[in-house]
Design a protein around this ligand. Structure first.
Ligand SMILES: NC(=O)c1ccc[n+]([C@@H]2O[C@H](COP(=O)([O-])OP(=O)(O)OC[C@H]3O[C@@H](n4cnc5c(N)ncnc54)[C@H](O)[C@@H]3O)[C@@H](O)[C@H]2O)c1
Length: 254
């Protein structure tokens, strides 16, 4: 799909990874909706991307609330003229983690990072089915592998996003929608610099923080690759280092 003139919703695009994605989609000529809970930050991002010539607007949403997510996605054809691209990106920052907190807190992590990605995708399949479209789910390297992770509920949610994206290949194709996932490693965002500030070089090395890190705009370029290449459906891209994107091979179907 050529993104030029297409309508793209990016959730959580006021800052960080989502902002980089919005910037690259806008630079490619898409009409970009910054779907955000943080209105002030979103409005300043809209201004910044418009100043660069982007066709960008703000839509208020709390993706955790089903009715708000549903209204945003299903009303897009009337409100914005179409819905061609959805990027499920919004996320929260790390707080206290399993097992220190109970289900009421850790299930909130599963809710925003997994359940609402599934729900957003389901709504996009319904809404896009006339013209077809592309959904890109932002997973994480945290969801890949079999080793220790220091935020278990986050790793579980991201692993779930990967498996969800790959397992729906046939139903998504029936709806004429391609759903893919990107697993960034460490991305150079405000949240990461906050989280890693104070770490020694040794700690950064131990935690495999690359230097330089991938920029948010480079994740935006990975999104564009999935949007543009109509042969890619239910594929997973690992993007851990600058200029190093790997598509994970498709394995056995059950
Ligand atoms: N930064 C990284 O290194 C990294 C690595 C791998 C994956 N990711 C993934 O990228 C995505 C974005 O992460 P980030 O680091 O840019 O985070 P961030 O905290 O910098 O930005 C998240 C954005 O989501 C918005 N948001 C939060 N809750 C929301 C809600 N309920 N409804 C709507 N918007 C909401 C925030 O206002 C913010 O603008 C997440 O899914 C994250 O897991 C990030």
């Amino acid at each position: 799909m050529d993104p030029k003139g297409k309508v793209a919703i990016v959730t959580g695009a006021a800052m960080g990874v989502g902002k980089g994605i919005a910037r690259q989609l806008a630079a490619a000529g898409a009409r970009v909706v910054i779907a955000e809970i943080n209105e002030d930050a979103a409005r300043s991002t809209v201004e910044e991307l418009r100043a660069d010539g982007g066709n960008v607007e703000f839509a208020h949403v709390d993706v955790r609330v089903d009715s708000e997510l549903r209204d945003l996605i299903t009303s897009a054809p009337d409100r914005f003229g179409s819905l061609d691209i959805l990027v499920n990106n919004a996320g929260i920052r790390r707080g206290v983690v399993f097992p220190e907190v109970g289900p009421e807190l850790w299930s909130g992590v599963l809710h925003i990072f997994l359940r609402q990605v599934m729900y957003g995708t389901q709504l996009a399949l319904e809404t896009m089915s006339d013209r077809g479209g592309a959904v890109v789910n932002i997973a994480s390297g945290a969801g890949v592998g079999f080793g220790y992770h220091n935020w278990p509920e986050y790793a579980v949610a991201k692993a779930g996003v990967i498996r969800f994206t790959t397992s729906i290949v046939r139903v998504a194709a029936a709806a004429n929608v391609r759903v893919n996932a990107i697993c960034p490693g460490w991305v150079a965002t405000e949240s990461v610099s906050e989280y890693t500030s104070g770490w020694t070089e040794e700690e950064k090395k131990k935690r495999e923080v690359p230097d330089p890190m991938v920029k948010p705009e480079e994740i935006g370029d990975s999104v564009l690759e999935f949007v543009r290449d109509d042969t890619l459906a239910s594929r997973v891209m690992l993007h851990y280092h600058p200029n190093d994107r790997k598509l994970v091979p498709v394995d056995t179907e059950y």
